[in-house]
Design a protein around this ligand. Sequence first.
Ligand code: UN1
Length: 512
Amino acid sequence: KFDITPVLAHFKINALNPAFSTGSVFGGNSNPVTKEIISPVDGQKIASVNMATGADYDAVADKAVEASKKWRTIPAPKRGEIVRQIGAALRENKDQLGKLVSYEMGKSLQEGWGEVQEMIDICDFAVGISRQLYGSTMHSERPDHRMYDQYHPLGVVGIISAFNFPVAVWSWNAMLALVCGNTCIWKPSEKTPLTALACQQIIQKVFADNKIAEGTSCLVIGDRQIGAQMAADTRVALISATGSTRMGKEVAVTVAKRLGKYLLELGGNNAVIISKDANMDIALVGAVFGAVGTAGQRCTTTRRLIIHESIYGAFRQKLINAYGQIRIGNPLDEHNHMGPLIDKDAVNAYLKSIDECKAQGGKFIVDGGILSGDEYASGCYVKPCIAEVENHYPIVQHETFAPILYLIKYETIDQAIELQNAVPQGLSSAIITNNLREAEQFLSYRGSDCGIANVNIGTSGAEIGGAFGGEKETGGGRESGSDAWKAYMRRQTNTINYSAQLPLAQGIKFDL
Ligand code: UN1
């Protein structure tokens, strides 16, 4: 049995006297409403947290605005130095934070540590970026004129994150936003506030040691009303939201009404095409990790396998055998591959999807269901399952955040790509093939329509160095690597005339 007490003590999270702390900003306790945080691992209450009120949020946002006026005066590479220290602090806390992620959210400890590693990696990346916030220079059409563009901070960035990557996705946004000169307000999922409080403890010390103003990186634990309030708040220049397509559409409409900026990272319905020329070992491990990793609760989870008809039967059998080997149980036991779903609502959604799949014609070749017994007492452990389906079934078109894998057969590569693209979402995609022509077609303009397209790698587990995000109902935003930092800055075009004349552009004459 895993004892979380020392980990909570390490992060000064007091389960008996439930802490609500927005870290460096304020200890708003004005709301008597608390939320119990129950671990899906063993059903134990970990702590309860006070939820922020609208007034609490307002106070935080004021602080963040005030702090942004100071933070932006610190040169970008010096801001990078603070982020470097955050990365160092995360390295020191990797073990404990990984355990808390695993216990509060339910993902395997390997994945909990992996998530903290993503945070460390993005810190390193952001430090480098802090010296590379490049604009371009242009040649002016006018003599003795200089033109260039430069990037300025936006002000305050609001970050709404989901339970499934409770800390990493925040850090992708926050670390870039910070080096870009913005202050941040983080509203984590109300299902996973404790990992957020732990992160706040970690960064708060770094900010305090460096005498950085309060409010530079804020945390508000609240329900969706708080998220809606933040989306409507004109003080928040950019809302970066990760979560369901339903949530993203609401955020987009609210932010668009005030013509604010938004960055959305929403649902995926990711497929792997398995060619007859695939390396079967790569295909199998990639598909199974993609489907059952994080118990099917990644936005990059493999939900569909599109398999060539000539290998369909053999691969189907390999999958059935592999699913027989998956060890489900306490995710803090490193022996296990798969932990629980986040909560009972998620279990019900999983069961409902299985029923719908059957009703729509799906045939289960590996059955699902809830696991019972002592080890599964939280009621959140389910069996990963596999169904043979057709791509157009409504349930297959929908992102069910659970370990349900759909198998689809194809004949030609054109057909496989068409099937892969024929869903409303467009996040991640993959082809397993040693056939160069297929691989290149998959990556071409007439190939995958997703933001992420991989060859001989599964759909999940992207590195932080690439831009992360997708098209269509995935929301169109890009976070993390490459030039995703540009979303956190405003571009300004500057033209300087160092002649003694005033020549007008386009050759227009205007003499007085
Ligand atoms: C998410 O599920 O919201 O690519 C993010 C991956 C991880 C991030 C997933 N690096 O699977």
